[in-house]
Design a protein around this ligand. Structure first.
Ligand code: NAP
Length: 281
């Protein structure tokens, strides 16, 4: 079984991005810039943002974090986004989720100009992705896609099952696999026989949020299994896939932690650089 090393893949991607940033700097005399807006003091969000900033600096991006207290008014955030939209030194804008209840998430997402939407959540980017046009792609599914392609460069005709249909993970993952000519089944909480669906799959991507939902006898021999889940349990962090059982059957599997997670931040940096490149055309 191939243990898909997300840490190593992310380090390789960051090294490529570092070179790309250096080339862009010598060509344009400026570097891509990422601005993150962080609202409130939720510890996981603070950790994510700190990691994003550290990684951005490591590849040579200009990075900035704007912090607001929990009590900030929605209007203040929307005005800041407008300011960043027209700031030429900012290539990508990310508002760290979740937001406090009094701030409308969709309004915030739609306030970011699509060309700087590094999360790929703006309806324009969602539509472009599903239409097969160039767009920002949500970072976690993009990371999964890059890991799958490392194992199997030609996905044409493969049967893929995506478990979970969130806008963040399941739906964009489905679009990426479709674009590669996979036959894709998207499953969710109302799917009648999830085990039977998974048993058909050459590729399984699990993005559910239920610890160890996907069991060993759900997985065909030689399947590629990507585990997006991050679940806190009494035994520590586990994924949505039962690692010990599935590793006996699968051809390749991502561990949790150390699989998809590290690729997510690396893909955010990639998206920022891609936004910059599109803005220079
Ligand atoms: P979400 O928005 O809660 O969506 C979960 C999806 O799973 C929903 O579509 C839901 O179906 C489906 N589901 C729930 N129970 C199911 C069941 N028994 N069988 C089949 N499908 C079922 O979750 P998310 O934001 O996509 O996140 C999923 C997991 O990924 C979480 O553990 C999260 O922490 C993790 N995550 C990891 C990363 C990373 O960087 N590695 C990034 C983001 C999220 P319905 O639509 O029918 O409700």
């Amino acid at each position: 079984m191939i243990l898909i090393d997300g840490k190593k893949a992310a380090a390789e991607l960051r090294a490529e991005l570092r070179e790309e940033v250096a080339e862009l700097k010598s060509k344009h005399n400026k570097v891509p810039g990422l601005t993150v807006i962080l609202i409130g003091d939720l510890t996981p969000s603070q950790i994510y943002v700190r990691n994003k900033e550290k990684s951005a600096n490591e590849v040579g991006l200009k990075s900035e974090v704007i912090k607001y207290p929990d009590s900030v008014e929605e209007k203040t955030v929307l005005e800041k986004i407008q300011e960043l939209n027209s700031d030429e030194t900012v290539s990508g804008i990310l508002v760290q989720l979740p937001l406090p209840k009094h701030i409308d998430k969709q309004k915030v997402i739609e306030a970011i100009v699509p060309s700087k939407d590094v999360d790929g959540f703006h309806p324009m980017n969602v539509g472009n992705l599903s239409s097969g046009y160039e767009s920002s792609i949500p970072c976690t599914p993009l990371g999964c896609y890059l890991l799958i392609k490392k194992i199997e460069p030609n996905l044409s005709g493969k049967k893929a099952v995506v478990v979970g249909r969130s806008n963040l993970n399941g739906k964009p993952m489905t679009q990426l696999l479709l674009k590669e000519n996979c036959t894709v089944t998207i499953t969710h909480s109302k799917t009648k026989d999830l085990k039977a669906e998974c048993l058909e799959a050459d590729i399984i991507v699990a993005a559910v949020g239920i610890p160890e939902l996907v069991r060993g006898d759900w997985v065909k021999k030689d399947a590629i299994v990507i585990d997006v889940g991050i679940n806190k349990t009494d035994n520590g962090i586990v994924g949505d896939v039962h690692f010990d059982e599935v590793s006996k059957n699968a051809k390749a599997l991502t561990p949790v932690p150390g699989g998809v997670g590290p690729m997510t931040i690396a893909c955010l940096l990639k998206n920022t650089i891609d936004c910059f490149k599109r803005s220079q055309i």
